[in-house]
Design a protein around this ligand. Structure first.
Ligand code: FES
Ligand code: FES
Length: 153
């Protein structure tokens, strides 16, 4: 099939797509957008989180065919231009990155949280990021990063 969709503000027409492949596969293997990570491929870890028409989704659970005509924003697109988004800066400054595999998903999820709730409590942060697994940091630095981003929001 030919897949037509918008990714990070650019229109794409991608030929030869199998309807059953995942949106994550399309992003990484067909468009070369490697920010969204492929860890579990079953909706458990959040490392592949992107926006689909403004809604936070696990792109490993979205079929390519479901992305037809839709608007997708990945971690590469959230800053909307040159440089880092404040959420990305906060993760760097707080030292919330070790191997970095979970980081893109956490950044997109944090971006979504702060858009909906600019000043979340710790409990709200934990709830919002409950679907994003990190096997390195112990989460404390990630919480620091979200608090830092919220202070600046
Ligand atoms: S790779 Fe999609 S949730 Fe883990
Ligand atoms: S920094 Fe390695 S999994 Fe989170």
């Amino acid at each position: 099939m030919r897949l037509s969709c918008e990714v990070n503000g650019e229109r794409y027409q991608i030929d030869g797509v199998w309807e059953g492949e995942s949106l994550l596969y399309v992003l990484r293997e067909r468009l070369g957008l490697y920010g969204s990570k492929n860890a579990c491929e079953q909706g458990e870890c959040g490392s592949c989180s992107v926006y689909l028409d403004g809604v936070l989704v696990c792109s490993c659970l979205v079929l390519a065919g479901q992305a037809e005509g839709r608007r997708i924003v990945t971690v590469e697109g959230i800053s909307g231009g040159e440089g880092l988004h404040p959420v990305q800066e906060a993760f760097v400054e707080a030292g919330a990155v070790q191997c970095g595999f979970c980081t893109p998903g956490l950044i997109v999820a944090t971006h979504d949280l702060l858009f909906r709730n600019p000043h979340p409590t710790d409990a709200e942060i934990r709830e919002a990021l409950a679907g994003n697994l990190c096997r390195c940091t112990g989460y404390e630095k990630i919480l620091d990063a979200v608090r830092l981003a919220a202070e600046r929001a």
